[in-house]
Design a protein. Structure first.
Lengths: 575, 375
């Protein structure tokens, strides 16, 4: 049944063709249709970007192309994949057993989101790269090793001859993703499916991986299907764009057309909600007047002051302590928004947690609302907790799943004795929910019954329940889709202008900081490398790291991004 | 403005959405552990679960209604007319499962035995679950040396054979031959000692998993006391796997009680009916071709343990999504929106009704006065 389709003997320009694909899943909650009648084509030697929000079916579509779906899935429609050597086409969905194994890897390979979980920690990377070759019939050991070293060199792993025998934990996250891409490229497949290949990576590493995928197209002649929710990545890499929404393809076209002349309303909205550097976020009241803070934050008293703040994590046996935050100084004034930007591991979250009293301060001084946090006793800090709100990154896990939204939001009120129980606090909780633009009736729902954006708003309501004078927001929007993120950011800006709390806004996204913050602090390896007014830093970054960070951030505009990429390459060549 | 309505795109050729209704929120009853599991189970897992539940329910009913079901008392050896029962009589109209060497009615003894078994389970579970859960919470949440000491003790106890412990307990509590409560306590205590580490381990693992989750940190940021975090946030979220150990614990309790009885450390026949004791007394009968004294109590033990274990094992499988069997996927009718789990539908009417009740409550009105509005 898996004979190559002889009827299409002429080598078509399309490498893959997805025709009316539908995929359904059986779950505990009943049957769910994930993809509904999707059709699009992947031409030879091009990069096709699939964008869409979470749950739009983009990953399922990509996985269907190599039939990598769980048992609970049912498919209909067809996925036609031309063979690399042009000898015919395969109907992927009808393949099974050995034919399927032969197709996977040699015709189409997959690059996953999280390189850490893709690589097997107990085998060397060389062995893992060779595994793909062995699976496709290559036996000679010397040849296998030569191939592995060759491909590692091509994806830019330095000193490949020795490092081929290293284990995955000896590489950084970006290098691991390079190795995963090497594993995909080594069989020279016609199609590479990259499912959010850069989402788990820092922005500077992301730029390198995107360059590598471009290399896969240019030097290996492969087509790349890249799935992402990041419009910047699409602008940087893709030749063609497929926009998906709720399991349907709403728009397909080349990248210029989709970015500059979008046809579908959803595409337009998606593009409008992408944050860009230099874009001012202005919130308006019902009459259309801009809401501004009444007082200038520069005249306000200091809410948080750090002097030589150091935070170390104790090392394990025989290992030195890890210094997460290394002697930093900063202040946050009342009604000021301070943006704290940095890559993962830079110590930005640790700083935020220390201010909230979740992390012990090991050295220096940190004064939060007048309380010295170095060596603070919980008893002394507890009254101040009512004055501090905290918004967590993942709205999914920051609510007790067994309590209703009302109970969760009322928790700080009850803990600080404002109300005796939830029933008493209901009226006020309802007001809070309305303040964050959630309907009152959501009070009786459980957290899992709300969408991500709704949950993050409820989280904001909880943080503001006690009318804190200081709010710490730790990546509050990075788990949200762009359109939802835009709404949450707008709400945030509005509330900040109205209430005037001091805020530490922690994020890795420079564009978000640019929209919200009065001042920006850039952290790198536990130190503050640059600190100043937002506009200054965005327009005239001084520190080389800040410059690299800004240059690595892909601009959601294909033409601008081309110039921007040149800048990055020039910058990297310099230093 | 709800984002769901704002971001809705028209999907070509799909007007089925209008015909669909908001699914009803599951009632409290259907979210109870076993009821919920029964609903999601399919195929052989469902058969296992139902079989187990039926057997278990049967024994519980027999235990409750033992005085009604059993024609005679557990220690009765004469009829109402004062005539002694025949000994070792084969099944007949008067004694449907025959009589034992001591003249007891086998059917009555077996029925009354269910009562002893159920009491033994309850004692064993009650004794171990509270201590185990409490220790698990404390150990998991605080960590440090408390945790290490408790873990070492728990590991040491694992290596104890529970029957040996039970024999020791039986001798300590009642000098070997015991009363109803003596025997039950002996098996209960030994089970408790062996099972506390299991509850402890499970709860500790769960607590360690969730104590770093954002909602516990969020409670800390808010300033909730340690006691409140442990009872309100951790306890309820860490009891997911309890039903499984609970059932396995129960079947172990019965086996220990029966083992004690069989070894002669059981409950005196005049104090209560106990299957293990009956089995012990029937050993000699088996070689004489008297089958009825051994078969019925033996079957009772096998069945009750089987029933409870079936429930426990299937709950265990169902709790783990990787082991859970699902219906085979058929083509789903309806569009993405129809089948989406994302709750972008308006709240159902009963919710709003509940809200109107709540806002009418006097407490809510008071609260409004105390706390000024946010705007």
């Amino acid at each position: 049944m898996s004979e190559p389709n002889a009827s299409s003997a002429s080598p078509s320009t399309n490498l893959a063709e997805i025709k009316d694909l539908s995929v359904s899943f059986i779950t505990d909650a009943g049957s769910i249709k994930a993809v509904d009648g999707v059709s699009f084509t992947i031409p030879r030697g091009t990069v096709v970007g699939v964008v869409g929000e979470s749950g739009s079916g983009k990953s399922v579509t990509a996985r269907s192309i190599i039939k990598l779906l769980p048992e609970t899935a049912t498919t209909s429609g067809a996925v036609m994949l031309s063979k690399r050597d042009g000898t015919g086409e395969l109907d992927v969905l009808s393949l099974s057993g050995e034919d399927l194994q032969r197709m996977r890897g040699s015709e189409a390979a997959m690059v996953f989101q999280e390189p850490n979980s893709v690589l097997n920690p107990v085998y060397t990377i060389g062995w893992q790269i060779e595994e793909g070759l062995r699976a496709h019939g290559m036996k000679d050991k010397k040849q296998l090793r030569a191939k592995a070293i060759d491909i590692l060199k091509k994806v830019g792993i330095p000193d490949a001859e020795t490092r081929v025998d290293y284990y995955p934990h000896q590489f950084s996250g970006g290098q691991k993703q390079r190795i995963v891409i090497a594993m995909a490229l080594v069989l020279n497949p016609g199609l590479i499916l990259a499912d959010e290949p850069t989402t788990a990576l820092d922005v500077t590493v992301q730029a390198e991986i995107l360059d590598l995928l471009r290399l896969a197209k240019d030097e290996f002649g492969a087509s790349v299907l890249i799935i992402t929710h990041n419009m910047g990545v699409i602008a940087d890499l893709a030749d063609q764009v497929v926009v998906m929404y709720r399991g349907h393809v709403v728009e397909q076209g080349d990248v210029e057309q989709v970015f500059y002349h979008p046809n579908h309303d959803y595409t337009k909205r998606l593009l409008a909600s992408v944050p860009r550097i230099g874009q001012q976020l202005v919130v308006r009241d019902l009459d259309g007047r801009a809401i501004e803070r009444e007082d200038d934050w520069r005249d306000q008293p200091i809410a948080v002051e750090a002097k030589g703040l150091t935070i170390t994590y104790p090392g394990h046996l025989m290992q030195p302590d890890f210094v997460a935050v290394d002697g930093i100084d900063f202040t946050i004034r009342r009604s000021e928004v301070l943006g704290l930007v940095g890559e993962s591991g830079s110590g930005k979250s640790t700083t935020g947690r220390a201010i909230a009293g979740l992390q012990k301060v090991s050295g220096g001084s940190l004064k939060v609302l007048g309380v010295e946090m170095n060596g603070v006793k919980e008893r002394d800090f507890k009254p101040k907790r009512a004055d501090i709100g905290f918004v967590f990154q993942d709205p999914g896990s920051s609510f007790n799943p067994l309590m209703t939204i009302a109970q969760n939001v009322a928790e700080p009120l009850i803990v600080h004795g404002k109300y005796r129980d939830v029933a008493e606090a209901r009226e006020y909780v309802g007001d809070l929910l309305e303040m964050v633009q959630l309907p009152r009736v959501y009070m009786n729902r459980f957290p899992h019954e709300l969408s991500g954006g709704q949950r993050q708003r409820a989280s904001l309501a909880r943080a503001l329940a006690l009318k804190p004078s200081l709010l710490i927001a730790d990546e509050p929007t990075s788990a949200l889709d762009v359109s939802v993120q835009a709404k949450v950011l707008e709400l945030f800006k509005r509330l900040q202008a109205e209430i005037g709390f001091a805020c530490l806004f922690i994020t890795h996204d420079l564009a978000v900081v640019d929209m919200l913050a009065d001042r920006v602090m850039v952290m790198h390896k536990g130190r503050i490398v640059e600190h100043g007014d937002t506009e200054d830093i965005m327009q005239h970054p001084q520190d080389p790291y800040t410059r690299k960070l800004l240059a690595s951030l892909p601009v959601p505009d294909p033409r601008e991004q081309r110039a921007h990429r040149e800048q990055l390459h020039a910058l990297l060549a310099q230093g | 403005m709800g984002e769901s309505t704002a971001t809705k795109v028209t999907v070509p050729g799909d007007n089925r959405l209008a015909n669909l209704e908001v699914s009803k929120k599951p009632s409290v009853f259907s979210r109870l552990p076993i009821v919920r599991d029964l609903k999601i189970a399919v195929g052989w897992q469902k058969a296992m679960l139902i079989t187990g539940l039926v057997i278990t329910a049967f024994f519980i009913l027999v235990a409750i209604f033992a005085p009604v079901i059993a024609p005679y008392g557990y220690s009765q050896i004469r009829g109402d007319d004062g005539v002694a029962f025949p000994t070792q009589a084969p099944p007949s109209a008067e004694h449907i499962w025959g009589t034992t060497v001591g003249g007891f009615d086998v059917f009555s003894r077996t029925v009354w035995g269910a009562r002893t078994a159920v009491i033994a389970i309850i004692v064993a579970v009650v004794l171990s679950i509270f201590i185990g859960v409490f220790l698990g919470l404390v150990s998991g949440y605080f960590g440090g040396w408390v945790d290490r000491v408790l873990v070492v003790i728990a590991d040491a106890i694992y290596s104890f054979p529970s029957l040996l412990l039970a024999i020791l307990m039986a001798i300590m509590i009642s000098g070997g031959q015991s009363s109803l409560w003596g025997g039950i306590l002996a098996s209960g205590v030994s089970i408790t000692v062996v099972y506390i580490p299991q509850y402890f381990r499970t709860i500790r693992a769960e607590v360690m998993r969730i104590k770093n989750s954002a909602y516990v940190e969020s409670a800390k940021v808010v300033g909730a006391s340690t006691w409140r975090i442990m009872t309100v946030h951790l306890l309820r979220n860490s009891t997911r796997t309890l039903p499984v150990i609970l059932t396995l614990n129960s079947s172990e309790a019965i086996l220990t009680l029966a083992g004690l009885g069989f070894l002669g450390f059981g409950i005196e026949p005049t104090a209560a009916a106990e299957w293990g004791y009956d089995l012990n007394r029937s050993v000699a009968d088996v070689t004489a071709g008297i089958w009825w004294t051994a078969v019925f109590p033996g079957l009772a033990i096998v069945l009750i343990v089987l029933g409870i274990t079936l429930v426990g094992e299937s709950l265990n499988d169902l709790a783990d999504p990787r082991l859970r069997a699902r219906k085979s996927a058929g083509e789903v009718i309806g569009s993405i929106e129809d089948t989406s789990v994302e709750p972008n539908v308006e709240p159902s009417a009963d919710n709003e009704y509940a809200m109107s009740l709540m806002s009418a409550a006097p407490g809510a009105a008071d609260a409004d006065g105390k706390e000024p509005d946010h705007e």
